[in-house]
Design a protein around this ligand. Structure first.
Ligand code: OAK
Length: 775
């Protein structure tokens, strides 16, 4: 046995009094994880020298850690061999639930960044919240989403180390709590660097009141404990929108203050009260506006504990912080009511006023009289994005088009004021998880041809380009795709009890459910194909499985209606013997990181169909690309950069562009399209003519109205589904037709993989490190 294998056996014996053949999955998981953690403990504990970057984020969607950590430590093979030799399925850990401490794109990006930084030797610390319950688990009842708590701790938490000695006190207007850190190792590939993700847990200062207990006031006796623990109890399930709730503001201040207090104390312990080097010691990146209250918090620390005047404190703050914007959706630009902010954070509010005063002076000096779009405090609200732009040295978007939209249409007044602050950092994803780990067959295929340097230097993928011309490589690629479809079929059968037709084209849209992402457009187009096949309008059609995966925010009425609609479309299609040899529609339940790791490698077509100008970047588009799926998408977010690099001719781009929408937005009339295009009318009418049923809820009628009539808060068809409908159907049918020549299709796939080099988060992190953090 290898030393690591022995260490696992020893752990099982010492911690659980058991052995390999007898241990439960949970025991195995904990023993392997703890043994692995010990192998990198010393590296982890080495103090960081030089400047440290800190990534503050309300979400870190790390996904299951055991496989990625073993891969990065070079221990995956040994572990799997040990399991196999003991007669244990090496996939046992697939039953271990994900820790889902994030909603979607923003949280998963944070996790990719941590992996990339540790791999490239960038000292990057993550700071966030240790939610007791992560994103809800989803299942369907009669096609409707039902939510259930995500009790991720039931599997144990072997990758975290509780640090009682580093807890800090957090003061709100109406309560004080402890923030207790749980540290997780972030192991770089090769194990040379181990960074830290520190997640804060809220706990009561005095967990129990004995006097109240003696008076038999049992609920009151634990009131303080419950109120404290509520702060880190649950992840808000809203993606891209903000609820504006008191507890949410408490969460934000809770982890922001805990993180800044720690950073501030560490600096002071090392350098005393000379704060002139603070911004050369720490760079702090704000992952969207959720941690923006860190700005007045650092001002407060510098001025009260550091005894600085406001102006020098402001200079340090501005040099330290940088801000990333992840959406231009108006409803996601965070605002807090002044009265709420003052009551929750009375000690912080004065520093917001100081910031506002400084801004006001500056606007006067610059002769800007119209200040309503700049004021941090305006009409009884505090505008967090404005604060984040004003008090930092860098504001970045996450794809080229997104950054341009920020500068020219979302926040042009700020761009006019500080053009030098705005910059782009196109997102990326880690190829360790999203290729090496989730698609080992394709990884081996690539390594066989160009060596394994791509694992840490993704630009090397370019060397794969000549193999697109190689018939044997194309054939082998297609075989791998088929293997991944078969593996997905097994997994899906276990999770959802669906039987997949693995000979079909796999056309996949997986992402949070949102109107702007247009899952409804996808469903409409599926119905159009369905009717087309039934009516004989579509004669040749390569059998296709259409797969959806998406969670809707529990309070998002329309999104839930769209889920129900797609499930009804699935029933219609799958039970219709006229078409179900040609098409299959599937909505997987509880789509999450682990499901994504199975779905993405099996895809032929990657659905990226958001309305132009709405998806800031998208990151699944990159994961699909590196797994050899072709993008069927709009000119939006990072799709643009993807197809520019891989060749538009090797992907399927359709629909109105931002410039087109700009021109027609005032005259757009979806009713006209509905009246003039029978195919549009036909699919729209399924919402109201009884073809499909919403169970008497009124959901479908409301969706129908939202498109043709609009609503009090938006114009009809504000995401232009009907405008893009026919071009989308055309592009989709073209892709379907092209698939008939599988060899030619495989060539396009290989060209996409070979062009995926820029979309690694290693590149993104390098750019943040060089251009923003200077580490
Ligand atoms: C979530 C909450 C508030 C604001 C933004 C988000 C979010 O997840 N945005 C997403 O961020 C991803 C990473 O940058 C992008 O790829 C997505 O396009 C964007 O919607």
């Amino acid at each position: 046995m290898q030393p690591f294998q022995e260490a696992i056996v020893k752990k099982l014996k010492e911690e659980y009094h058991t052995e390999l053949g007898k241990a439960t999955t949970k025991q195995l998981y904990n023993a392997v994880s703890k043994a692995a953690l010990e192998t990198c403990w010393d590296t982890w504990q080495k103090p960081v020298t030089g400047k440290t970057a800190c990534y503050l984020s309300a979400e870190f969607l790390v996904g299951r850690l055991i496989h990625s950590n073993l891969l990065n430590l070079g221990l995956l093979g040994e572990t799997e061999n040990l399991l196999k030799d003991a007669g244990i399925n090496p996939n046992v850990f697939e039953d271990v639930e994900d820790d889902a401490l994030g909603n979607g794109g923003l949280g998963r990006l944070a996790a990719c960044f941590l992996d990339s930084a540790a791999t490239q030797g960038v000292p990057l610390m993550g700071y966030g919240i240790r939610y007791r319950y992560g994103l809800f688990k989803q299942h369907f009842a009669y096609g409707c989403q039902q939510e259930e708590a995500d009790d991720w701790l039931s599997w144990g938490d072997p990758w975290s180390v509780r640090r009682d000695d580093e807890k800090v006190r957090i003061n709100f207007g109406d309560q004080s709590v402890w923030a207790v850190p749980y540290d997780m190792p972030i192991i770089g590939y090769g194990g040379k660097m181990v960074n830290t993700l520190r997640l804060w847990q809220a706990e009561a200062i005095a967990p129990f009141d004995f006097n109240l207990f003696n008076e038999q006031k049992y609920n009151d006796s634990v009131q303080q404990k419950n109120d404290a623990e509520a702060i880190s109890a649950v992840l808000y399930p809203n993606d891209d929108t903000d609820a504006g709730k008191r507890l949410r503001l408490k969460q934000q201040y809770f982890f922001s203050s805990a993180s800044l207090q720690t950073i501030f104390a560490a600096y002071t312990a090392k350098n005393g009260t000379d704060y002139s080097k603070f911004a050369d010691t720490y760079a702090v990146q704000l992952n969207d506006t959720h941690p923006t209250v860190s700005i007045p918090e650092l001002l407060r620390l510098l001025m009260t504990q550091g005894h600085l005047e406001f102006e020098p404190a402001f200079q340090i703050v501005q040099k330290t912080f940088a801000y990333t914007n992840h959406t231009i959706m108006a409803e996601a630009l965070e605002k807090w009511s002044l009265s709420l902010f003052q009551s929750v954070l009375p000690e912080v509010y004065p520093y917001v006023v100081l910031l506002q005063n400084r801004l006001s002076n500056e606007l006067v000096k610059k002769n800007i009289a119209e200040t309503s779009k700049y004021n941090l405090i305006q009409d009884g609200m505090i505008h967090m994005a404005r604060m984040a732009i004003y008090a930092t040295h860098s504001t970045n978007g996450v794809a080229k088009i997104h950054t341009e939209i920020i500068k020219n249409s979302a926040l042009p007044e700020w761009y006019a004021l500080y053009p030098e602050r705005f910059n782009n950092k196109t997102n990326g994803v880690t190829q360790r998880r999203w290729l090496a780990l989730c698609n080992r067959e394709l990884a081996a295929f690539i390594t066989d041809r160009i060596g394994n340097g791509w694992i840490t230097d993704f630009a090397q993928l370019e060397k794969l380009k000549p193999y697109a011309e190689d018939a044997a490589s194309r054939k082998q690629f297609l075989q791998i795709k088929r293997t991944k479809k078969d593996q997905l079929a097994d997994y899906m059968y276990r999770k959802d009890n669906f039987g997949l037709n693995t000979g079909n084209i796999f056309d996949i849209q997986v992402k949070r459910l949102h109107e702007y992402k247009r899952q409804l457009l996808n469903a409409f187009s599926i119905l159009d194909i369905y009717f087309g096949i039934k009516d004989g309008r579509i004669k040749e059609f390569n059998p296709t499985t259409f797969i959806f995966g998406a969670k809707a925010a529990p309070g998002y009425y329309r999104a839930k209606g769209i889920i129900k609609f797609i499930n009804e479309v699935a029933n219609l299609v799958n039970y219709d013997n006229d078409v179900n040899r040609k098409m299959q529609v599937i909505f997987v339940s509880n789509y999450n990181v682990s499901y994504a790791e199975k779905l993405i490698p099996a895809a032929d077509l990657s659905e990226q169909i958001s309305t132009a100008g709405t998806e800031a970047s998208g990151t699944s588009n990159m994961k699909f690309m590196m797994n050899g799926a072709l993008t069927l998408g709009t000119y939006d977010g990072a799709n643009i950069e993807i197809v520019q690099n891989a060749g538009e001719e090797n992907n399927y781009i359709f629909g109105a562009r931002v410039e087109d929408l700009e021109k027609i937005k005032d005259s757009y009339d979806p009713k006209k399209l509905y009246a003039e295009q029978p195919r549009i009318k036909r699919v729209m009418d399924t919402l109201i003519d009884g073809t499909l049923t919403d169970g008497g809820t009124g959901w479908f009628q409301e969706l129908y109205n939202s498109i043709l009539e609009g609503a009090s808060w938006h114009k009809p068809d504000n995401y232009y589904l009907l405008l893009d409908f026919l071009p989308y159907c055309d592009a989709r049918l073209q892709a379907n037709k092209d698939y008939a020549d599988q060899d030619a299709f495989a060539k396009k796939c290989l060209l996409n993989i070979a062009a995926a080099g820029p979309f690694t988060s290693d590149r993104t992190i390098q750019q943040y490190a060089e251009e923003i953090w200077h580490v």
